[in-house]
Design a protein around this ligand. Structure first.
Ligand SMILES: Cc1cc2nc3c(=O)[nH]c(=O)nc-3n(C[C@H](O)[C@H](O)[C@H](O)COP(=O)(O)OP(=O)(O)OC[C@H]3O[C@@H](n4cnc5c(N)ncnc54)[C@H](O)[C@@H]3O)c2cc1C
Length: 449
């Protein structure tokens, strides 16, 4: 008889992990603090509550969110089964009735004899190295557990807020306008590290005016935007004066267009992220604007007129660890491999990404408890790509990720050549390769399936 595995948090990652453990024949204790203690966002005591939107993103085949969901379905995800039961019409998105979804997840968990749901707050990380634990307490992890994680991982490795800059598809940047250069020509390897979008005085003034007039997301009380002095949203910087952005994230000093030798009135810098291929981050452009407004205003930047946004900027309350500094690709904490992290606290963003890390942590925790080596999912899969990003990105200024195509491996030169002007077909092909890699992986490791 094995010791039960402990899973903390019954949002999305936690119940998925618990159901995976049960399907491997392992007993588990699923700890949930609601209703004994509450979070500022959850409204019910149900397991699997969706705190905001009821969309699990697009179901369009050939898109990255579809690939992630399709992989989950092929691995027998309990939450995907609940989503299918609770599905309501929502165009191309997988949209669910929130109440029905949570009721279906709750019923599944409660009907599972191997899962013991324990209501109450877990206030600290466990000490016993022989017990296997999964921490899946989400973006609103309780203060006492957060304090315990921070004290054991290092205070600088647990974050409480997200300040996310937008990401654009590199192919959608107009390189006849933008140019590559590093500030003052400084670059560690001699390459021009940044793509720079130059603005004339007139373009800058129009941009600032549009930014100040754009509508913002409504914040929740606990998403206090005044909190970030070192990481202000661009619209807040713009409010401080007409030139403040030019002395902040849009400063042009040390940058010259190599084609003309000229410097611009203001510059927006784009940077390729280490673990992302084919996309650029708008450096220092975290913001609170509604997504449609971001698209409209940021497309006023020369070179970004046709930018395809892979991720929009956001600022919100979010508890998450510095995964690249702490986790193995198996989602085990390097320092104490009997502890796994899953869900939003592990450094991913979004409902389905949380379910996906819950599934992987659950299966790997089962393997560990059974005396088997935990596994890393293949790079070609959306699951493997998510883990590769959260564990392999730069720990400096780490930002959580949704699944997008730039997290998947760069397509082979042959694929790029064959589908040069047919991006949709190329992506469909990449998805097929991912699903084939998943099938090989599941066949090679039947006990993880
Ligand atoms: C206000 C808000 C809106 C959001 N909107 C969206 C959205 O529209 N779309 C989207 O994709 N994502 C959204 N997110 C992100 C979303 O929270 C995650 O995608 C998803 O819920 C994370 O799943 P999880 O399992 O990691 O955490 P959660 O779903 O938050 O589950 C964590 C669970 O752990 C419990 N818990 C916390 N601390 C303890 C403790 N110490 N002991 C025991 N239990 C504990 C909590 O009560 C909770 O039930 C939003 C987040 C917030 C805060």
């Amino acid at each position: 008889m094995h010791e039960p595995v402990h899973v903390v948090g019954a949002g999305l990652a936690g119940p998925e992990a618990a159901m995976q453990l049960a399907s491997a024949g392992l007993a588990c204790v699923l700890h949930e603090m609601r209703p004994v203690a509450r979070t500022p966002a959850h409204q019910t005591d149900l397991i699997g509550e969706l705190v905001c939107s009821n969309s699990l993103k697009t179901e369009t085949p050939g898109s990255a969110p579809w690939l992630l969901k399709e992989e989950l379905r092929r691995m027998g995800s309990a939450c995907m089964q609940a989503a299918a039961e609770a599905r309501i019409p929502g165009g191309t998105a997988l949209t669910v009735d929130r109440g029905q979804f949570a009721a279906a997840v709750t019923d599944m968990v409660e009907a599972e004899p191997l899962i013991n749901v324990r209501r109450g707050e877990v206030t600290g990380l466990p000490d016993d190295p022989m017990q296997v634990w999964i921490i899946a307490t989400g973006p609103l992890t309780s203060d006492s557990l957060a304090a315990s994680i921070a004290s054991q991982t290092g205070q600088d490795r647990l974050f409480f807020y997200d300040a996310i800059s937008p990401i654009v598809d590199a192919e959608s940047v107009d390189m006849t306008v933008a140019y590559c250069a590093s500030r003052y020509g400084n670059s560690l390897d001699g390459s021009a590290d940044y793509v720079n979008c130059p603005l004339s005085r007139e373009q800058y003034e129009r941009f600032v005016e549009a930014l100040l007039g754009a509508s913002q997301h409504q914040s929740h009380d606990f998403d206090n935007p005044n909190y970030f002095e070192g990481c202000l949203p661009i619209e807040e910087i713009a409010k401080r004066g007409p030139h403040t952005l030019r002395f902040g994230p849009m400063r042009p000093v040390g940058l010259r267009d190599p084609r003309t030798g000229q410097s611009a009135y203001a510059v927006v810098q784009l940077r390729q992220e280490d673990a992302r291929s084919g996309s650029y981050n708008l450096v220092g452009f975290q913001n609170h604007l509604k997504y449609g407004e971001q698209r409209r205003v940021l497309r006023m930047i020369p070179g970004l007129e046709r930018a395809e946004f892979l991720r929009y900027g956001q600022i919100h309350r979010n508890t998450y660890i510095n995964a690249p500094a702490l986790l193995r690709r198996t989602l085990q904490w390097r320092q104490r491999p009997n502890i796994f992290f899953a869900g939003q606290i592990s450094g991913v963003e979004g409902y389905v990404e949380s379910i996906a890390t819950g599934l992987m942590a659950g299966r790997n925790a089962a393997r560990l408890a059974l005396g088997l080596e935990p596994l890393a999912w293949p790079d070609e899969t959306a699951h493997g790509s998510l883990c590769r990003y959260i564990c392999g990105a730069s720990p400096r200024g780490y930002q959580p990720a949704n699944i997008t195509f730039d997290l998947l491996p760069r397509p082979s030169p042959e694929l790029l050549r064959r589908f040069r002007r047919r991006k949709r077909e190329r992506r469909m092909r990449q998805c097929q390769l991912g699903l084939a890699a998943l099938e090989r992986f599941l066949n090679a490791h039947p006990r993880a399936a």
